[in-house]
Design a protein around this ligand. Sequence first.
Ligand SMILES: Cc1cc2nc3c(=O)[nH]c(=O)nc-3n(C[C@H](O)[C@H](O)[C@H](O)COP(=O)(O)OP(=O)(O)OC[C@H]3O[C@@H](n4cnc5c(N)ncnc54)[C@H](O)[C@@H]3O)c2cc1C
Length: 404
Amino acid sequence: MAEFSLHLTDDQLQIKDWIHEFAKDVMRPAAQEWDDREEFPWPVVQEAAKIGLYGIDFMMNAMGDPSGLTLPVAIEEIFWGDAGLGMAIMGSGLAAAGITGNGTPEQIIEWVPQCYGTADDVKLGAFCVSEPDAGSDVSSLRTRAVYDEANDEWVLNGTKAWITNGGIADVHVIVAAVDPELRGRGQASFVVPPGTKGLSQGQKYKKHGIKASHTAEVVLDDVRIPGRCLLGGKEKLDAKLARAREAGRTGEAQPAMKTFEATRPAVGAQALGIARAAYEIALDYAKERVAFGKPIIMNQAIAFKLANMITQIDAARLLIWRAAWLGRNGGFTNAEGSMSKYYASEMAVKVTEEAIQILGGYGYTREYDVERMHRDAKIHTIFEGTSEIQQLVIARAISGLRVE
Ligand SMILES: Cc1cc2nc3c(=O)[nH]c(=O)nc-3n(C[C@H](O)[C@H](O)[C@H](O)COP(=O)(O)OP(=O)(O)OC[C@H]3O[C@@H](n4cnc5c(N)ncnc54)[C@H](O)[C@@H]3O)c2cc1C
């Protein structure tokens, strides 16, 4: 077990500096253009792939780090650069996590590299759980997976909503109900290979923030996939379903929840990066902007805002690093992953709002980046478990009761 330390290793510091350069020189200058265009930023992702930031090797290296800290450190820098572009770079990671969390070693080796492609031929992954009538309530998924034994194929039907990289991804990981009566325990995850007939993009959403990230519906119309595309394999699924049928409410965690639990500190780190970026802009501005004959930071009203912002940013980072370390070393005891995501995302909304306030009229316009950062921060209180759901998870962990 690695010891928990706030001291980053030389390797981690190098990675942090390397990503910071990319975020500063490539991402930040391109951020406003892609926010305005509201299109997937292929050139930026391709550039990230060329330097090795977007790709299987980087993700495996970061995820294999025994301290668990490399990934949140990297993500904070990426999202410091820009959140919309950052989501475009990180979105495939959710599909990769869905495969590594539920797949066999052979499936991981086959499919995770296909979520990224190569530097010369970039590919994308999408992780598809949410549906128009099932977001927080993932146990109510309507998308059905039916086994066609004669052909050893699964047939998928349904509609997925708000999917990052939905329809433009090469690999779609789909969570579907195999036995709807068992609700969450009757679900399984499937890989839909590139070019499979019947999978199409539905509407592309116009969003409040992270506009460079592609978010769309995924429509599954009699999608036939080989039996080997069931993550974890048929034997394991059959055993799980049998256990769930026998034991009623007991059984294993549903696959979607497993993936989300593992990725929460990383989502917190995204929010942290945005908040730190907005804080830095506000601090510089407050030192330079003169009102009533002195820099506005000379007023406690402004200086205390900045003092609160940096305190909350540092507190979020400590929660995230602790959760990331626990995730790798011994597991969570009090929903520390949820705590970190909940605190960091709410903090980022508040800090970016305060940044706008400090910049006054300029802050409300697109002349400064804080306006975009505020819009980008907001999604973090919604996706991968809303703030209310995080509080529910924490409340259940500390009480041992099924708080509703
Ligand atoms: C930009 C974007 C990208 C996304 N990317 C993906 C993706 O890649 N893959 C994917 O599968 N999904 C994705 N999502 C979907 C996202 O995870 C869901 O939107 C989210 O889980 C919330 O679900 P919902 O929208 O159905 O809200 P609902 O579940 O309907 O919730 C509405 C409100 O009710 C509250 N609420 C619900 N239940 C309770 C309860 N029991 N107690 C208290 N309050 C409750 C919620 O907190 C929220 O405030 C994305 C969404 C967006 C906007």
